[in-house]
Design a protein around this ligand. Structure first.
Ligand SMILES: *Cc1c(COP(=O)(O)O)cnc(C)c1O
Length: 373
């Protein structure tokens, strides 16, 4: 796990970042609901200058990422601010398996003639290295969502180092604890704090982090002009959630490994995708690039979409809901989502939470058996 600017481990930084030390100061970062401040203190209007609550979240996530953070209203707002850096006619290279919001944003801009888009398979390292030579924005997402393919970030980030080319990594599924894109040479690292950092399915927020001072300023400017500022309560809750990120992740990824191994042996399961399994196509890359294999499992069932829908309806502990990275386990059939019909029809994406592992397994096994009977 990466060391942090303060010379402490990530787990300690998560707990200590942003806390005051002066006698009488509140131990926790205060929730500061403010649009404006008394002039003369360097902070006048929050959309331009930020607030102490947003800054505490930026320091915490930016520190984990070994860069400087800018907090946004959502993960997509942070991502849109990176695309906002492109000049007319730019070339954007996207993974073939990619968060649907990012694919949608790229397609919408291409339709308006703002940029052109190329797609490269997540695991086609040579394809990425080739595309980097032509690209203005190299957009990587790893592990990818929902197929959980792991990109060789070491090799690709090194090859993409070209002046003026932004190499962006959406590492939401890995969290900054399992993967540090800036250390591999990425220009900017994105987190949807809605997911693991918040961790309780009760907020939307995003953070973009970079070591490039000019890009940091440009992202701040983009937030100021678009108004995509984080909510104060959301920033407060994201900070509170982040305090337990290391514990939640450790616990849930231990359970995810166990569930993935058992699912792989289940007679009603056709295929399991989890980067921690030796059978996973990018397992070797995952071992090199990731400090942990994460909490998301995608698996296909024998019997098609109907059986998969029935499994989702029949679990009790595992809630039938979208999103991922929270304390509670959730599961959904991804091909049921408009625009995701290209995915295997019976693919279920399971986000493993912090419940008891055996309880989760019983729930899953019972629902699969009932649906397949
Ligand atoms: C959820 C998610 C996003 C978008 O984040 P929001 O906070 O929902 O806007 C982007 N990338 C990945 C990989 C995600 O899982």
């Amino acid at each position: 796990m990466a060391e942090h600017p303060a010379g402490i481990k990530a787990e300690s930084w998560l707990v200590s970042a942003g806390r005051a030390s002066e006698p009488g100061a509140p131990l926790n970062v205060p929730l500061v609901p403010a649009s404006n401040f008394i002039i003369g203190g360097g902070r006048e209007y929050s959309r331009d200058d930020g607030t102490p609550t947003w800054e505490a979240l930026e320091d915490l996530v930016g520190g984990l990422e070994t860069g400087r953070g800018v907090a946004f209203a959502s993960g997509m707002a942070a991502i849109a601010a990176v695309f906002d850096q492109l000049t007319a006619g730019a070339v954007v290279v996207l993974p073939d398996d990619c968060y649907q919001g990012v694919a949608g944003l790229a397609a919408a801009g291409a339709e308006k003639g703002r940029w052109s888009v190329e797609r490269v398979a997540v695991d086609d390292t040579q394809g990425w290295i080739g595309a980097c030579a032509r690209a203005d924005l190299v957009w990587l997402e790893s592990p990818s969502n929902p197929l959980l393919t792991v990109a060789d970030l070491h090799a690709i980030c090194a090859a993409a180092r070209k002046p003026g080319c932004i190499v962006a990594v959406d590492g939401t599924l890995a969290t900054p604890l399992n993967q540090c894109p800036l250390a591999f040479g990425a220009t900017v690292s994105l987190q949807s704090a809605t997911k693991f950092i918040g961790g309780h399915s009760d907020l939307l927020a995003g953070v973009a982090s970079t070591r490039d001072e000019a890009l940091w300023r440009a992202l701040r400017k983009s937030r100021e002009l678009s108004g995509a500022t984080p909510g104060t309560l959301e920033a407060f809750l994201a900070l509170r959630g982040a305090r337990t990120l290391a514990l939640r992740l450790q616990r849930a990824q231990q359970t995810a490994m166990l569930l993935a191994e058992r699912l792989e042996r289940h007679p009603q399961v056709a295929l399991v995708r989890y980067p921690g399994l030796a059978s996973h196509p990018t397992h070797a890359v995952a071992q090199r690039v990731l400090a942990g294999f994460g909490t998301i499992i995608s698996f296909d069932l024998h019997g098609g979409a109907g059986v998969a829908d029935s499994v989702c309806r029949n679990t009790l502990l595992i809630r039938h809901a979208t999103s991922l990275g929270a304390v509670e386990s959730t599961m959904e059939r991804r091909a049921a989502i408009p625009g995701q019909e290209h995915l295997p029809p019976s693919l279920l994406r399971l986000s493993v939470g912090i419940e008891d592992a055996e309880d989760l397994w019983s729930d899953l096994d019972r629902a699969i058996r009932a649906a397949s009977a």
